[in-house]
Design a protein around this ligand. Structure first.
Ligand SMILES: Cc1cc2nc3c(=O)[nH]c(=O)nc-3n(C[C@H](O)[C@H](O)[C@H](O)COP(=O)(O)OP(=O)(O)OC[C@H]3O[C@@H](n4cnc5c(N)ncnc54)[C@H](O)[C@@H]3O)c2cc1C
Ligand code: FES
Length: 363
């Protein structure tokens, strides 16, 4: 197969990026820092729960990583992201070790579907389940709801290893003082010190059910739920809510890591062979040759097509496109809502064409 060639060059997309200056670095814990950005002169907008993609050039290689905004757009905070070190992780350690105030970072505009749009007229119970660095989008959601929805109540169930690793511990204490009747926080630590007086142990379905059942004036089915944390934690919470007959439409979740291990199986399927697809980008059509072992995004980038992307693992939706014709196989579709799937959206970073008439419009 002859793969497509492209007239367009990458420079065309330069203005899609912002350059934000780091105004302040806050050491949240021994292994997590917050970068506070100076939004001056930048048209930077976001909703609570959204993330930005930070772009670095390290040893001549471009690296992109998604980070949720931990600030609230409703409280006058400057936009900020908190990055926790991942063992042997390239960028999380680079940021923790090297980024300093005054540095300028290339950033893609905020995006993501894990959002809430707080409404002053709304009065609801919102239960927020977080673990480790998963607190970052949740703290933005919590601050925004408390600020705008004065009739709502937020219950945070927050799992960590020990007292030292609780990101935003002081901030949560301050919020509890300020919004005494509206914020309830329950910490659970898997390896606390002996002086810890709160809940201890691994978060199980039984513990979760007990916590929820003990909440005063609380209807499990009528509340909204926001979840973010490691895969095992998310499964436990989701299964619990399922067993408690909470409608899926009330549950909103964000994952930082992919749980899918389908890639090898997918690329060895007989239906996935070398094919040509049409990608519509900025109203122009491009023919992209997609080898069986590559995804549509990988193939587009290989052929110098400036397709948007961030996580490259089907989580962040930066590479989202609408399937106008044909069929694709997605190795992972967790990043898309049921509504988006029904409307025909696909994630190019995990998609392989199954037919010869695949046409995808990016955006
Ligand atoms: C939508 C979205 C929002 C995110 N928001 C945040 C945030 O607010 N704060 C934050 O700290 N991170 C966040 N992440 C994770 C972040 O994008 C990076 O994946 C993370 O910082 C690791 O990057 P790295 O370069 O250090 O690791 P890499 O060098 O890319 O990976 C090293 C190893 O660590 C594993 N790994 C990658 N990420 C994680 C993780 N989160 N936990 C455990 N193992 C991991 C990889 O599978 C790999 O084996 C978010 C991810 C997504 C998709
Ligand atoms: S690049 Fe993140 S979902 Fe495809």
């Amino acid at each position: 197969m002859v793969f497509g060639l492209f007239k367009k060059k990458k420079e065309k997309a330069k203005n899609k990026f912002l350059e934000l200056e780091v105004k302040e670095i806050i050491n949240e814990t021994h292994d997590a820092v917050t970068l506070v950005f100076d939004p001056a002169e930048q048209n930077f907008h976001y909703l609570p729960g959204q993330f930005v993609t930070l772009i670095f050039e390290i040893e001549g290689k471009e690296e992109r990583r998604s980070y949720s905004l931990c600030s609230s757009p409703f409280t006058g905070d400057d936009p900020a992201v908190t990055i926790k070190r991942v063992a042997d992780g390239k960028i999380s350690n680079f940021i923790n070790d090297h980024i300093k105030a005054g540095d300028k970072i290339k950033v893609m505009p905020a995006m993501g579907n894990f959002i809430t749009n707080p409404d002053a007229k709304t009065s609801r119970n919102v239960v927020v389940f977080g673990a480790g660095s998963g607190i970052t989008p949740l703290i933005s959601i919590i601050k925004s709801i408390l600020q705008i929805e004065t009739g709502s109540r937020v219950i945070l169930i927050y799992a960590n290893r020990n007292e030292e690793t609780i990101i935003f511990r002081n901030l949560l204490d301050q919020l509890k003082e300020k919004f005494a009747n509206h914020l309830h926080t329950i910490h659970i630590l898997s390896q606390p010190t002996v002086s810890w007086k709160g809940l201890a142990g691994r978060l199980t379905k039984e513990t979760l059910k007990e916590i929820l059942m003990d909440l005063p004036d609380f209807s499990v089915q009528k509340s909204d739920y926001f979840l973010c944390g490691p895969t095992g934690f998310m499964h436990t919470v989701e299964e619990t809510l399922d067993e408690l007959k909470v409608a899926k439409s009330k549950v909103f979740k964000e994952s930082f890591v992919s749980s899918g291990t389908e890639k090898d199986a997918a690329t060895s399927s007989p239906e996935i062979i070398d094919r040509q697809v049409t990608v519509v980008l900025d109203n122009e059509e491009y023919e992209v040759g997609v080898p069986a072992k590559r995804t549509i995004l990988e193939s587009g980038l290989d052929q110098n097509l400036d397709m948007p992307f961030s996580c490259q693992s089907g989580l962040c939706t930066a590479c989202r496109g609408k399937l106008l014709s044909g069929k694709v196989h997605m190795e992972e579709s967790d990043g898309l809502s049921d509504e988006e799937l029904e409307k025909g959206y696909v994630l190019c970073c995990v998609s392989h064409p199954l037919t010869d008439d695949v046409k995808i419009e990016i955006g």
